[in-house]
Design a protein around this ligand. Structure first.
Ligand SMILES: NC(=O)c1ccc[n+]([C@@H]2O[C@H](COP(=O)([O-])OP(=O)(O)OC[C@H]3O[C@@H](n4cnc5c(N)ncnc54)[C@H](OP(=O)(O)O)[C@@H]3O)[C@@H](O)[C@H]2O)c1
Length: 176
């Protein structure tokens, strides 16, 4: 398949993508000048972004401008419709959106999260690659990346990289 659906996400060592109250401050434990953990190279390979409405709202609070202005961005939601200056709100079924995108020419498709959208995509086995940056911290509570209650999906290790900050990045392809 040419256009892969790829998750690129940071996760605490105990499996959370956000702490209580959407806290992301723990990501700072691996902040290193001049090190972007491959994000810059990765983002060049995608032209389309899918994210959940809660993740979109969180990104807007960073106050640094919307990072995907030159990409097509779909925000999955049941509560908003139409478009704004950054994104298109998507109210349909995620499998339909992925099928439509994969029927068109383009670069890879980045699923930015959060866990609700990733979970829905995984329920339909629609994620081709997971690039997970494990952050050396136990958060104890918050939003788990992987939810309970799914059937088994085998993975093939594509790459693993360790960084001096303690971050470990694993890249798994879904083995079909
Ligand atoms: N660590 C990281 O790298 C990372 C990356 C991304 C996100 N995050 C964090 O994760 C948290 C958000 O994750 P989350 O799981 O709570 O929320 P989310 O997946 O970002 O958004 C959930 C919302 O998306 C919409 N949605 C989800 N599935 C849908 C479906 N099948 N059909 C229609 N709409 C659907 C709903 O929006 P409506 O309520 O509008 O209907 C739902 O409330 C934030 O704290 C964010 O900062 C962390």
């Amino acid at each position: 398949m040419d256009r892969k659906v790829i998750v690129f996400i940071a996760m605490s060592a105990d499996g959370f993508i956000a702490g209580p109250d959407d806290d992301l401050s723990w990501l700072s434990v691996v902040e290193t000048p001049g090190e972007d953990y491959g994000y810059g190279d990765f983002i060049q390979t995608v032209d389309t972004v899918i994210m959940g409405r809660k993740t979109y709202d969180k990104v807007l609070t960073f106050g640094t401008g919307f990072p995907h202005k030159e990409r097509k961005c779909f925000v999955v939601t049941r509560t908003r419709a139409g478009k704004d200056e950054n994104v298109e709100y998507y109210n349909g079924q995620l499998p339909h959106l992925i099928a439509l995108l994969q029927s068109q020419e383009g670069k890879h498709i980045f699923c930015d999260g959060g866990s609700e959208v990733i979970s829905e995509l995984m329920n339909h086995d629609l994620i081709d690659r997971f690039i997970i940056s494990i952050i050396p911290v136990f958060l104890g509570s918050g939003t788990l990346l992987f939810r309970n209650g799914r059937t088994r999906q085998n993975l093939r290790l594509q790459q693993s990289t360790t960084f001096p900050s303690g971050l470990i990045q694993i890249s798994y392809d879904r083995e079909r």
